[in-house]
Write a protein that binds this ligand. Structure first.
Ligand code: ZN
Ligand code: ZN
Length: 154
């Protein structure tokens, strides 16, 4: 897994909450990671550094909806935004066993491993080449392949 994600969580959060307020053609940057963006026409956002575009979509449930950004070229992240948000927020405290994402219905299983002397939560789902864990990042935690985990330094 050379590329962690195709879209930083911070950029996705910013665009989902505030992107709709930019006019078409406006340039802006993510306040958290400084990635530059350009608003296209409609709910589309282009990343000039690599020319990739993303568009806002929603997954609808019976009584709620969940917005996310989908890659215009169809190359999606290995973990859905709904699953990533839930696992990062609640995953470490979830009981061991299975968990179904209420938004996209992905079936996850959680266990706890000992890694570098630390107990880390481990999440897997069908089709995932390698299980994931939570890596503390510079500004926020993110999901990473278990083999790429590095213990936090203090
Ligand atoms: Zn960002
Ligand atoms: Zn999900």
């Amino acid at each position: 897994m050379t590329e962690r994600t195709i879209l930083n969580d911070c950029c996705e959060d910013w665009i989902i909450q505030w992107g709709g307020f930019y006019r078409g053609g406006a340039a802006f940057s993510c306040p958290e990671c400084a990635t530059e963006w350009r608003k296209g026409e409609g709910p589309t956002y282009e990343r000039p550094s690599d020319g990739r575009s993303f568009t806002r979509r929603v997954r609808r449930g019976p009584a709620d909806e969940f917005p996310y950004l989908a890659a215009v070229d169809g190359q999606e992240p290995i973990v859905e935004r709904c699953c990533a948000k839930i696992l990062l927020t609640h995953g470490p405290r979830m009981p061991e066993g299975s968990f179904a994402c209420p938004v996209c219905a992905t079936e996850w299983s959680k266990r706890t491993d000992r890694l570098h002397g630390l107990r880390v939560p481990v999440f897997s789902k069908p089709g995932l080449a390698e299980p994931l864990t939570v890596q503390p990042g510079r500004t926020r935690p993110f999901l990473i392949a278990l083999s790429e985990y590095s213990p936090p330094r203090d």
